[in-house]
Design a protein around this ligand. Structure first.
Ligand code: RFL
Ligand code: PHB
Length: 395
């Protein structure tokens, strides 16, 4: 006989979507259990996103998990676009009426959320196995899993599929229900974490004939740097020196700007895709975050989009439990997708403007340079980049 537990919301995945949802629900007085296949250590050490929109920062603060972020987060009011060896600043504060972004690693957000869940008696079960879902159309869906060798079932009112792009929730929805929209890009990003102070106060996005490069950071002592590469590149063929050499070439300026270098602590290659499923709900399962959509990282939106999905889901569940109304829940997908598609457009646009494409011709390169020139010289164009980068309003 399986070990049976009952809760209101069964959440699959302890990434940003799952943990933010679980803690938001707790604050609304709604019970949840989070199931995660990886260990807590793995989830908290995985190097991923670093840019938080103001909406995300405000929400984490309202949830009471913003203390360390307020102390250690780096608040930026602009980014630099670098092309033709020239530097151009996009001033977010001026263009958006005072808004900015915060640099604070996803892994740190997850540590803060896990600590908050534990401190308030939340249940997050790590290293569970063989997770599957059943009865999605019934009023009592269930999640089956193995925990430390025991067969377990979690009976819930609703299931939140926060299990990322490779999770099991999306594929558990019957064939024919979901429509997938996808674009896979013919390049990837090679990313490194380096023990070197950031070379610039703000992020630098560089367009170069050798390919795109991005200079970001994690702390005043740690740089996070990326270069465009072949999507199936073998990381073994990239020595640290080869990476630094490529970075130096791509971010060089005409007046001898200097790149800070240091020991490489971590490196990896990520493919790039744009992906959306419609709808984001079926019966009693709701997909949120990367399980429903993927954006190429050029717009720095993946984590922020995951957070805005679950903010909307939490409101819908709150309305359901407080008033018995399903109005918001029934429109969850519709409300999220409007925002998702705008963020998809922005992420695709930034990606298309800044990368070299294998099938491009000289016309395409001139057009990209004209686009960069336009964005950095027209206030209207710069405003459009800025308002999307700092984050569109939630509603
Ligand atoms: P996550 O973070 O992938 O979390 C999903 C969680 O679900 C677990 N899981 C399962 N749990 C139980 N049962 C199963 N069957 C399960 N299958 C999976 C996973 O172990 C995981 O812990 O999704 P979420 O919460 O939607 O959050 C989304 C963000 O993590 C993501 O959008 C961003 O990190 C995207 N992303 C980046 N975004 C940026 O803005 N800047 C970046 O630099 C950046 N780097 C990245 C990234 C995503 C990456 N992925 C997905 C490979 C680098 C990488 C490598
Ligand atoms: C990061 O710091 O990892 C980062 C920053 C901006 C991006 C993507 C990734 O667009």
């Amino acid at each position: 006989m399986p070990n049976v537990q009952r809760t209101q919301i069964g959440i699959i995945g302890a990434g940003p979507a799952g943990l933010v949802l679980s803690h938001l629900l707790y604050l609304h007085g709604i019970e949840s259990v989070v199931l995660e296949i990886r260990s807590r250590h793995y989830v908290e050490e995985r190097v991923r996103a670093g840019v938080l929109e103001q909406n995300t920062v405000d929400l984490l603060n309202q949830m009471g998990v913003g203390e360390r972020m307020k102390r250690d987060g780096l608040v930026h009011y602009g980014i630099e676009l670098r092309f033709n060896c020239q530097r151009h600043r996009i001033d977010f504060r001026e263009l958006t009426g005072g808004k900015g972004i915060t640099i604070y690693a996803q892994a740190e957000v997850l540590k803060d959320l896990n600590n908050a869940r534990i401190a308030t008696g939340g249940q997050v079960l790590f290293e569970v196995e063989d997770v599957s879902v059943a009865g999605l159309e019934s009023p009592r869906p269930k999640i089956c899993y193995q925990n430390q060798g025991s067969r377990c079932e979690l009976h819930c009112d609703f299931i939140a599929g926060c299990d990322g792009f490779h999770g099991i929730c999306r594929p558990s929805i019957p064939p024919g229900v979901l429509t997938e929209y996808e674009r896979v890009y013919p390049f990837g990003w090679l990313g490194i974490l380096a023990e070197a102070p950031p070379s610039s106060e703000e992020l630098i996005y560089a367009y170069h004939e050798r390919g795109f490069a991005l200079l970001s950071m994690r702390t005043p002592h740690l740089s996070r740097l990326y270069i465009q590469c072949h999507p199936h590149e073998d990381i073994g063929s990239w020595s640290d020196e080869r990476i630094w050499c490529e970075l130096r070439a791509r971010v060089a300026t005409s007046n001898g700007w200097h790149l800070n270098e240091g020991p490489v602590l971590q490196k990896g290659i990520t493919g790039m895709r744009s992906f959306v499923v419609e709808p984001m709900q079926y019966g009693r399962v709701f997909l949120a975050g990367d399980s429903a959509h993927i954006v190429p990282p050029t717009g720095a939106k993946g984590l922020n989009l995951a957070v805005s999905d679950v903010q909307i889901l939490a409101r819908g569940l709150d309305e359901y439990y407080k008033k018995g109304a399903r109005q918001l829940l029934d429109h969850y997908s519709q409300i999220c997708l409007r925002r998702v598609w705008k963020v998809q457009r922005f992420s695709w646009w930034m990606t298309s403007m800044l990368h070299r494409f294998p099938d491009e011709n000289p016309f395409d390169c001139r057009r990209q340079l004209a686009e960069l020139d336009y964005v950095t010289s027209s206030e209207a164009a710069a405003k459009s980049l800025a308002e999307n980068y700092v984050g569109l309003p939630l509603d």
